[in-house]
Write a protein that binds this ligand. Structure first.
Ligand code: DAH
Length: 373
């Protein structure tokens, strides 16, 4: 059929408008018919048939018809050829719909386009696992700002101005704060501990809270340090809270996270806001305590800091509550006691998953991240 169409140049009996209209409506029908027959399967054949530069039907017809046309008929002829050309181009511009209609044109044996589902980042999974252990012990979650005042980040936590303990937590300071009193100057928080203070100022004891969040330090990035990382803080305040409550709580949490055979050990340490303070170590989960490269042949891995809330912290809280008219002595160290702890999420994730370079968590490298799917 295409061959027949392509070879025959219809006879034009005159150049008056009704004759032209009749001739062009016949051509328009031919375009539709050949579009249905071939445009979807083979758009290139359809294009060559009608628009081909050498043997295209449109070209042959227009040349033949224009050759004998009186001058006044050139314009009406040209307009109608343009319309016909637009009709042909419209068929070629709709290849997607045309192709979709040809079901037998889809090769169902080819592999499909795979869309990978997203997964939670391993740091988020680790953070979630730790927080969940404490939720099961009756703790609830509190959050605080990353841009913090000197008072909440340091002073209320018993780091006096110029105290050397501040050197271990150097951070970014917000610019243009010189006119403010020291305690109100803003900085990027170096730990989640300021949220202990914010919560105690706002709420009455008893408290059992965990505080996950992002923290900032002026630390050079290396295999175990990053200037931005994540911590989870814990705080428990009530009457008669003792160091054995702290030990029992953390011992349980470490077993829940690393397996029931893991042992904990409390090592004397120093933090300005706890007294006494301790570093918590767990028996090496890689060698079971016999000594290996991961635990530097000690059999123990240091994991977090903790201690009993220093009475100076309760006093700072009481001072702030008094300013707000909450002069109720709720945090009188003679009435309440508490413990606190703080841990690095990255450190937990590295140990849990055997990751040796902290930078991998932030690299966005899919080969690394896909291992957690
Ligand atoms: N804030 C400490 C740090 O970033 C971690 C810490 C240690 C938090 C002992 C505590 C704690 O609540 O009791 O180094």
């Amino acid at each position: 059929m295409q061959d027949v169409i392509s070879q025959v140049i219809p006879h034009l009996s005159g150049y008056d408008e009704p004759t032209l209209d009749t001739a062009f409506s016949v051509l328009a029908e031919e375009v539709s018919a050949s579009a249905a027959a071939s445009a979807a399967n083979d758009p290139e054949a359809f294009r060559l048939l009608w628009l081909g530069r050498k043997q295209g039907r449109l070209k042959s017809i227009s040349e033949t018809w224009l050759k004998d046309a009186p001058p006044e008929a050139r314009k009406p002829l040209g307009m109608r050829f343009n319309q016909l050309k637009q009709q042909i181009e419209a068929v070629l511009d709709a290849p997607v719909a045309a192709k979709a209609a040809v079901v037998q044109g889809i090769d169902v044996s080819l592999p499909g386009t795979a869309h990978k589902p997203g997964i939670p980042h391993p740091l988020l999974t680790t953070l979630d696992a730790i927080v969940t252990v404490f939720h099961h012990l009756g703790y609830s979650t509190r959050l605080g700002p990353q841009v913090e005042s000197d008072f909440y980040n340091f002073e209320a936590l018993n780091f006096p101005p110029n105290h050397p303990a501040r050197d271990t937590q150097d951070t970014l300071q917000i610019a243009g704060q010189e006119s403010k009193p020291g305690r109100d100057r803003l900085l990027m928080r170096t730990h989640t501990s300021p949220v202990q203070i914010r919560t105690m100022v706002a709420e009455q004891p008893p408290l059992r809270i965990v505080i996950p969040g992002k923290v900032h330090r002026n630390d050079a990035a290396d295999a175990t340090h990053s200037p931005i990382f994540h911590q989870i803080e814990g705080l428990c305040v009530d009457t008669n809270i003792t160091f054995s409550d702290l030990k029992g709580t953390l011992d349980h949490a470490m077993r829940a996270l690393f397996g029931s055979s893991v042992k904990t050990r409390f090592f004397p340490s120093f933090f300005p806001f706890t007294e006494p303070s301790a570093d918590v170590q767990i028996s090496c989960i890689f060698c079971g305590g016999s000594g290996c490269r991961k635990c530097k042949h000690s059999g123990w891995i240091e994991l977090l800091g903790c201690g009993m809330v220093d009475p100076a912290v309760f006093d700072a809280v009481t001072g702030e509550r008094r300013k707000l008219g909450r002069d109720d002595g709720a945090y009188d160290p003679a009435k309440v006691s508490g413990f606190a702890f703080g841990m690095g999420v990255e450190r937990f994730a590295m140990i849990l998953h055997g990751v040796s370079d902290i930078g991998q968590f932030y690299s966005g490298d899919m080969r690394f991240l896909e291992q957690f799917s």
